[in-house]
Design a protein around this ligand. Structure first.
Ligand code: PRX
Length: 653
């Protein structure tokens, strides 16, 4: 736990930022009434918010909890796209911008709720025309373009289960995910812009498609602007999106889904080499993303909301698409990188689109800090009224910089803790209510019950322990696709079947504000992205030169953590620069660029405990230069022995 990159700085944080009076006066919620409601009766709290959405048929029971399996709003029928789209059409929001999209090359597209509804209905009808029906799985491998949102909503409209795979994942990762949930259709694009270059997505997808016999149809979006990127269209299997749309019916009624019907699967890394297909269902997820968007982001009808996450991650699902659209917000989507063409791109976008609420990751904030204060200072950022962060602990310096240079000292900052598994924000201040403290995520969202436990399940009142969620919540994952046993084992056996174990360390201050310390398992958080050490290790040992490997995270100023891999090589081979390069490229090829090790260190042997467990903590010390100074090799067995001794001395082996 003390390995968190920000941990040490945070314990003595004394600065406090109460809600600015002007903000609180207009906030969607102020005072502690909402928190009290949640505490008094969490089921009644969620039920009240479920009532704010449209249902075809009301639920019979709010919660059916057979630990560790929860069913929320059983008997209820709804469709999340009705609440995201149709519901707004009978109001003035019909002609309000739902999406404002900007491509990396500056092209802008705006879709009103009416227009987005039209696109979604047409694409839903096109999917039906290809034989996609309720319960079928559809993989989405797209850049951040309007069609990505349309594709997700079109699946949800007809009851198909989407599985979005981040466009930066390799063909092999894509194939694994497609096969794990036997997707029938893959939706991709000819290419997407990234830092002025085209990512050849369809060509990448073609490599995956060689290994995915379950895929019957591939739909290819022609990236709307710029050069059409050359790609192969296989007759009978591959279809251009725009051609399907030309002939699709304009209308496609939303399927009446059961509250517990699966809405989507999203893969995330765990402690084994195989990513987990996190399963979210319809009713509870709708309610959780709706209520958190409304209160945490204080969404108002004239707001432009910009969450910078890619739809390949859960943040993109919950706070680019489902949450804000259910609230009827205007959502800005940007296709490209923050430093293209210049490092001021985000601030130029904020100023030009008059963004009011801005939500990003600490890793981005640290990069902005490094790029310089003068960049945001060039722009009029006065439209901003609320800022948010997500994905990893934020160090107080970055928090203060964000507060001062982006928020002009007037915007509250919501530091939101949650996970792919939780579906929606779990711990966060509410901007009109809570006093914010740099680096602290704040208190549990109303209706969420959390605590801190030790390994034995005793509550930890002072000091650090393990974060635990003690009551079920509507947007919780329901299972792991095809592996319910892993669901139970991973999340509900640490203490008892009632208590969810998120895998994070935490600490509380005297006022009950949570300080999240980072992962306590073998999961890394690199630039806000979860990567399992085992996944990277498996990729490395897949290379013919590598016999064994161990991967650890090293503190990194911008990324939070960087990947350091220790490798033992076969046949007395030594690690030269060419092989180092080759090994990094191999990991990128197997997993994707986000998993590229920053450093590869040769070890003649990996230090293990007597029971054969790799001493990761020792390796982390080595990687960060704590044990042996600037060590770049563990070639000497005696060095390993020495490492082991010092490790056992320090941690008791
Ligand atoms: O370690 C926590 C960290 O990100 C993990 C969840 O990652 P993922 O499922 O990819 O979802 C990220 C976006 C919701 C958590 O277990 N994390 C997320 N938010 C925070 C955080 N750590 C500290 N502070 C946060 N606000």
């Amino acid at each position: 736990m003390s390995d968190s990159p920000v941990f040490d700085d945070l314990l003595d944080e004394q600065r406090e930022f109460p809600p600015p009076a002007e903000f609180a006066a207009k906030a969607v919620v102020s005072g502690d009434g909402l928190h009290r409601k949640g505490q008094d009766d969490y089921q009644a709290f969620w039920e009240e918010h479920a009532r704010e959405l449209d249902w075809y048929q009301p639920w019979d029971t709010v919660l059916n909890w057979t630990p560790p399996h929860a069913k929320w709003f059983e008997g209820g029928k709804l469709n999340i796209t009705h609440n995201c789209l149709d519901r707004h059409l009978g109001t003035w929001r019909r002609n309000k911008a739902a999406l404002i999209w900007e491509g990396e090359n500056g092209e802008v597209r705006t879709l009103t709720y009416q227009q987005l509804h039209g696109e979604v209905c047409r694409f839903a009808a096109a999917l039906k025309g290809l034989g996609v029906t309720r319960g079928d799985r559809v993989a989405i491998y797209l850049p951040m373009i309007v069609e990505a949102v349309v594709a997700m909503l079109a699946c949800a409209r007809i009851g198909a289960i989407h599985s979005v795979v981040f466009g930066g994942f390799s063909p092999e990762s894509l194939a694994d995910r497609i096969n794990d949930s036997s997707c029938k259709v893959l939706i991709t694009a000819d290419g997407g812009w990234r830092r002025g270059a085209i990512l050849p997505l369809k060509n990448e997808a073609d490599k995956a498609l060689e290994k995915t016999p379950c895929v019957e149809h591939v739909i290819v979006v022609k990236r709307p602007a710029g050069e059409p990127f050359p790609c192969r269209i296989k007759g009978g299997r591959d279809h251009w999106y725009h051609r399907l749309m030309e002939s699709a019916a304009n209308d496609c009624p939303a399927e009446e889904m059961d509250a517990e019907d699966v809405l989507y699967i999203l893969y995330t890394s765990g402690t084994t080499g195989k990513p987990k297909g996190i399963v979210h269902t319809t009713g509870g997820y709708s309610v959780g993303t709706y209520a958190t968007s409304k209160y945490v982001f204080d969404l108002r009808d004239d707001d432009v909301f910009w969450c910078t996450a890619d739809i390949g991650w859960v943040t993109g699902h919950s706070y680019v698409v489902y949450g804000p659209l259910q609230c009827g917000a205007t959502v800005l989507i940007y296709e490209g990188a923050p430093d293209h063409p210049e490092q001021d791109r985000f601030w130029e976008l904020v100023a030009r689109h008059r963004v009011n609420v801005f939500y990003t990751a600490p890793t981005a904030i640290r990069a902005f800090m490094k790029w310089g204060d003068h960049l945001p200072a060039k722009y009029d950022l006065s439209s901003l009224r609320l800022l948010g962060t997500v994905g990893e602990p934020i160090n107080p310096e970055a928090w203060m910089w964000y507060h001062e240079h982006i928020g002009g000292r007037r915007c509250p900052i919501v530091d939101t803790w949650w996970q792919t598994e939780t579906g929606a924000i779990m711990i966060s201040g509410l901007p009109g209510v809570s006093t914010m403290k740099p680096g602290h995520a704040g208190t549990p969202f109303p209706g969420i019950e959390a605590t801190i436990l030790d390994e034995q399940g005793n509550e930890v009142r002072t000091g650090s322990g393990l974060l635990a969620i003690t009551k079920p919540w509507p947007s919780m994952l329901r299972t792991i696709w095809g592996d319910d046993e892993r669901y139970v084992q991973t999340y509900f056996t640490k203490w008892d079947a009632q208590t969810y174990f998120p895998g994070d360390g935490a600490k509380r201050d005297a006022k009950g504000n949570y300080l999240i310390l980072g992962r306590v398992d073998d999961v890394l958080n690199v630039a806000g992205h979860r990567i399992g050490t085992m996944e990277v290790e498996s990729a490395l040992v897949d290379h013919p030169a590598v016999v064994e490997s161990a991967v650890v995270g090293r503190k990194h100023d911008i990324k939070g953590e960087a990947i350091v891999a220790f490798v033992t090589l076969g046949g007395g081979r030594s690690l030269d620069d060419a092989l180092r390069y080759d090994l990094k490229a191999h990991v990128v090829q197997k997993i994707g660029a986000i998993a590229r090790p920053e450093e590869i260190i040769f070890a003649s042997d990996l230090p293990k405990t007597r029971s054969g467990k790799i001493m990761r903590r020792l390796l982390r010390d080595v990687a960060e230069g704590r044990v042996l100074g600037d060590t770049t090799t563990l070639a000497d067995g005696a060095v390993v022995e020495q490492l082991r001794e010092s490790y056992e001395e320090k941690y008791g082996g």
